[in-house]
Design a binder for this molecule. Structure first.
Ligand code: IPE
Ligand code: IPE
Ligand code: MG
Length: 237
């Protein structure tokens, strides 16, 4: 069966459970995030070997600013370290990295790093990793609506000409196929404002595994489960 399995083109992950992982070990939450970062690195590598074309990871939501200043600072620090490492290794790994979200709220240093990485890797042919930072699905839709409204106001477009495809092209995910499979770890079964537009026909896979414990075997399980789904897209199979 493993030879014939279908590999989803686009896998998106709501990585959850870093805090619980740390709590179980009586460690600060930041240690859970540190381990979670290592799992992201491993998963990117794994996705490349599996032949997944697009991997979208939810790193920081528009709602995550509600967390303590200390936790947000720790997350930003880890992000910087992760991006610096990626900058070092990406030429060799050929990973193409993109960013979804309103990056203007990140520090100038992080904005510079994300720009540098995007530019450096834009022609790389390996797995495309979309890192969602200060990302919210509703925010993304509002930004797109504003962009189209501005075009209409400028006389460059007409409301009645807007199509679903046209609207998709205004989102952070422009040009990227919708996720085939959305994985959420740590037992929660909700989207938490992730890819609200793009998930219309995604398959969902939930696991109790906490994100720092997520292994390539867990990815294999998710893909095996995906292989048992019948996707109809509203039609009849
Ligand atoms: C996911 O782990 C990482 C982020 C949301 C940044 P959490 O920090 O949400 O972990 P739990 O849900 O508290 O266990
Ligand atoms: C979703 O996880 C956001 C990210 C994975 C970055 P949360 O832990 O923030 O979601 P809720 O609060 O449990 O819905
Ligand atoms: Mg959580």
């Amino acid at each position: 069966m493993s030879e014939e399995r279908k590999i989803p083109r686009h896998v998106a992950i709501i990585l959850d459970g870093n805090g619980r992982w740390a709590k179980l070990r009586h460690l600060p939450r930041s240690m859970g995030h540190r381990e979670g970062c290592k799992t992201v690195e491993q998963t990117v590598y794994d996705a490349g070997s599996l032949g997944i074309e697009y991997l979208t990871v939810y790193g920081f939501s528009t709602e995550n600013w509600k967390r303590s200043e200390e936790e947000v600072a720790a997350l930003m620090k880890l992000l910087e370290r992760y991006l610096l490492e990626a900058l070092d290794t990406m030429v060799q790994d050929r990973v193409k990295m993109c960013f979804f979200g309103d990056l203007s709220r990140l520090s100038p240093r992080l904005q510079e790093l994300t720009n540098q990485i995007k530019e450096l890797s834009k022609t790389f042919e390996g797995v495309q990793v979309n890192v969602c930072l200060n990302y919210g699905g509703r925010d993304e839709i509002v930004q797109a609506a504003r962009a189209y409204a501005a075009r209409c106001a400028a006389g460059e477009a007409r409301p009645e000409d807007l199509t679903e495809e046209g609207f998709s092209g205004l989102l952070y995910s422009a040009g990227i196929p919708d996720p085939d499979l959305i994985i959420r770890t740590a037992g929660e079964q909700r989207l938490s404002n992730f890819l609200l537009w793009q998930c219309a026909y995604s398959e969902f896979y939930y696991t109790d595994v906490l994100w720092p414990d997520f292994t390539p075997q867990d990815m294999d399980r998710a893909i095996a489960d995906f292989n048992h789904r019948t996707r109809r897209f509203g039609g009849v199979v």
